[in-house]
Design a protein around this ligand. Structure first.
Ligand SMILES: *Cc1c(COP(=O)(O)O)cnc(C)c1O
Length: 226
């Protein structure tokens, strides 16, 4: 059995006690490597760049469910709108409007997660809790019938401090529960919490993650970080 199937089998065991899915983050790896994972039964793949995801979509079997996990620019939405399964990192009304427009053109509803900023680090991406609350209350948001917000995504601080990571994941779970109780809109159904990566998936699972995004723990270390 090859290295990738062994790792996938390990995650199958890890996930057994939880109701969480494994998104295999395959960014930077060539399509042949993804095919190995696919042949071992993996159907959910995560990519962070539009062009790379489109290329791999063309190369690989069509039953793969493609998750875009990285920052998405509005001018690139059109390339993935026909096939993307879930967009994890939505962080503005402007981006949502563009996704809605392209989804409509493709006669589909595109599932999205709002990326919420939970880490104690500087980042350009993600929304604060209050920005997300305001977005749900925005009248223009309610009219977006070709998107569905299915949950929230968050990245914990890159630290060895397990307590800090845990409390950041807890804060996202708590916010999700609050929003579930408050927001009743036809384009919102908060069922997913996308949290946990190779270094912190165990904590994320314990704190209620429904999707872990794991790259290097499946495919090995990437040659370059992005
Ligand atoms: C690369 C990436 C991951 C996976 O990271 P690993 O540490 O390799 O598991 C998860 N989420 C996002 C948003 C990423 O960009």
């Amino acid at each position: 059995m090859n290295f990738i199937s062994k790792n996938l089998l390990k995650f199958k065991e890890v996930l057994k006690p939880f109701s969480s899915e494994l998104i295999a983050v395959s960014k930077t790896y060539p399509s042949e490597i993804l095919k190995e994972a696919y042949d071992a039964g993996q159907i959910l793949f995560g990519e962070n760049k539009v062009q790379e995801m489109v290329q791999k979509y063309e190369d690989l079997p069509k039953d793969i469910k493609w998750h875009l996990i990285g920052h998405l620019q509005t001018n690139k939405v059109k390339y993935i709108a026909p096939f993307v399964h879930l967009i994890h990192a939505v962080d503005s009304m402007k981006l949502l409007q563009e996704i809605n427009k392209e989804a409509l053109k493709n006669n589909r509803v595109i599932s999205c997660l709002l990326q919420i900023y939970i880490a104690n680090e500087d980042t350009k991406f993600g929304m604060s809790f209050s920005e997300a609350t305001e977005l749900f209350q925005n009248d223009n948001f309610k009219m977006l019938n070709n998107i569905k917000i299915e949950g929230l995504m968050g990245m914990a601080t890159n630290t060895n401090n397990q307590d800090q990571i845990r409390s950041e994941f807890k804060s996202l779970k708590k916010f999700s529960e609050e929003m579930k109780a408050q927001i009743h809109l036809s384009n919102v159904e908060l069922v997913h919490l996308s949290m946990g990566m190779s270094g912190d998936y165990q904590i994320a699972l314990e704190e209620g993650s429904t999707m872990i995004r794991v790259g290097s723990a499946i495919f090995g270390n990437r040659n370059y970080e992005q």
